[in-house]
Design a protein around this ligand. Structure first.
Ligand code: SF4
Length: 489
């Protein structure tokens, strides 16, 4: 990374950071240097020899994130504490710093540790959305105690050198234990940067003020489209509350993003210019996550999923938005190349999921487990007990053999990366062979539902067939062409 940026990050002085941020030309210069350095490091150096288009996909996303942060700083939409945390913790610790703990782990176990965890501390939610993957509602009381979450946070830093945490739910802002909440957790772990998925309806002045002061949490607020679509799935009046939350967050200088579930009936809208302009230009969202509806959780159904043809269209539009509209928008499935495929089960640089009961699943959309962290702790284990379990090891082996550790020309199609949604036959086999158990009733039903299995297997095959030409021509083809020896004249 560029020495100019490194030297800034090394400065502990909030005053210096603020003066750079406040100076438009100096800030523009620093961000331009950052952009060039990222391109050089990711695309030109390409340290792991991945296909160039894979590296370009990563570069565009990071470039766009930098652009959005720059824009928010220009508009004075970021508080001084958030600036400090974003630079020191997010950039300094998550992205740039050499991490001796990570290296030690790799030497001991032969692979790099996960970079983060997804934790859902509570199942409770004030909404009751159609098809919620977590089956949450106001009636749910299951939650993790603060001390267990605190221990998880300490361990992931000590064992893996992880400084990034994703929080989901249930509605995480409703989590309370022993008088403490999610902002108390962030304050206690100020060397971590938190991405918190929230429905956004509980954010008021008091919460926003605390978020601005703590500086290391960014809320990703769920929308389903514009007002009509959001209210149809989440409840009447929810969209108005979300707009109010955006306003409060802007006023207090807390950067936020959006999270949207792509379904058959909203997929065109969420990739339209109208949608992008509204959330990113008008409302000031810094980033967006697209989660294609996954048939798990309450009243799961394959009927809500985007069709294979819609998924292909979605991929093309996402590529356009990222390259040409320059916004950070990542799709948990279609952006597979940018993450080198599936990142579940604690893959190097990836994560696993711990829910409100302590159940440890490969990811939020793979609802099966062999370990519960509370039992692991009772039996003297730690996070590595889960990470090294046969269930997770088997999934990581599949990731390696499918694409992650394959030579470039043999890499499996990373536009269909999903260990469960796109490769269900293999997932079901892994679940049965390793004795993994469903984490809830819908997951138990799905496992014995023959129609479900048939439908998902067919889905994966069709998406693969539709996207294989892109994978072959745009990702792998140019690498093969480089090796072609010109014919003698
Ligand atoms: S299993 Fe699927 S949803 Fe989960 S991390 Fe892998 S690709 Fe993403």
């Amino acid at each position: 990374m560029n020495t100019a940026i490194k030297s800034i990050i090394k400065q502990p002085s909030l005053g210096l950071i603020n003066s750079i941020v406040a100076n438009d030309s100096l800030r523009e210069w620093v961000f331009k240097l950052g952009d060039k350095a990222i391109y050089k490091a990711i695309v030109e150096k390409n340290p792991y020899g991945r296909p160039v288009k894979v590296q370009e996909d990563k570069y565009y996303l990071l470039r766009n994130l930098l652009n959005s942060i720059n824009k928010a700083l220009k508009n004075k939409n970021i508080s001084p504490e958030v600036q400090h945390s974003a630079i020191n913790t997010f950039l300094g610790k998550v992205f740039l710093a050499e991490n001796p703990t990570t290296k030690l782990f790799e030497q001991k176990y032969g692979f790099e540790p996960p970079s983060f965890l997804l934790i859902s501390p509570t199942k409770r939610c004030n909404l009751n959305c159609i098809g919620c993957y977590a089956s949450s509602s106001s009636k749910n009381a299951e939650h993790l105690d603060f001390e267990t979450v605190n221990r998880i946070m300490n361990e992931k830093r000590e064992l893996w050198g992880s400084h990034f945490t994703v929080i989901s739910g249930g509605e995480p802002t409703l989590w309370r234990d022993n008088g403490k909440d999610i902002i108390d957790l962030a304050a206690k772990h100020d060397d971590n940067y938190f991405l918190m998925f929230t429905n956004g309806t509980t954010i008021n002045d008091k919460t926003a003020k605390r978020l601005a002061e703590v500086g290391n949490i960014t809320p990703a607020i769920s929308v389903e489209g514009l007002e009509k679509e959001t209210d149809a799935r989440r409840g009447k009046g929810v969209h108005k509350k979300i707009l109010k939350s955006f306003e409060i967050l802007r006023n207090y200088g807390v950067p936020f993003g959006i999270s949207v579930t792509a379904m058959k009936n909203n997929v065109n809208l969420i990739t339209s210019d109208e949608f992008i302009d509204f959330y990113f230009e008008e409302q000031g969202a810094i980033y967006g996550w697209i989660f294609q509806y996954m048939p798990i959780g309450r009243s799961y159904t394959l009927d809500l999923m985007v069709t294979p043809e819609q998924r292909l269209e979605l991929y093309k539009k996402e590529q356009y938005m990222v390259k040409n509209r320059k916004i950070f928008i990542a799709d948990f499935w279609n952006s597979g190349p940018a993450s080198n495929g599936c990142i579940a089960a604690g893959r190097s640089g990836g994560y696993f999921y711990i829910d409100w009961n302590g159940n440890c699943s490969p990811c939020a959309f793979y609802p099966y487990k062999t370990h519960n962290i509370k039992e692991v702790y009772k039996n003297g284990g730690d996070l590595n007990t889960v990470l090294l379990s046969p269930f997770f090891t088997s999934i990581r082996k599949w990731q390696d053999d499918y694409s992650y550790r394959k030579p470039t020309f043999e890499m499996g199609n990373q536009i269909v990366p999903c260990a469960i949604k796109d490769h269900y036959e293999n997932a079901k086999k892994t679940i049965i062979e390793t004795g993994a158990q469903p984490i809830d009733q819908p997951a138990a039903l799905a496992l014995t539902d023959e129609e479900y299995a048939k439908g998902l297997i067919k889905y994966g095959e069709e998406v693969d067939k539709l996207t294989q030409p892109i994978w072959e021509q745009e990702y792998i083809g140019p690498e093969k062409a480089k090796l072609r020896i010109p014919k003698a004249s």
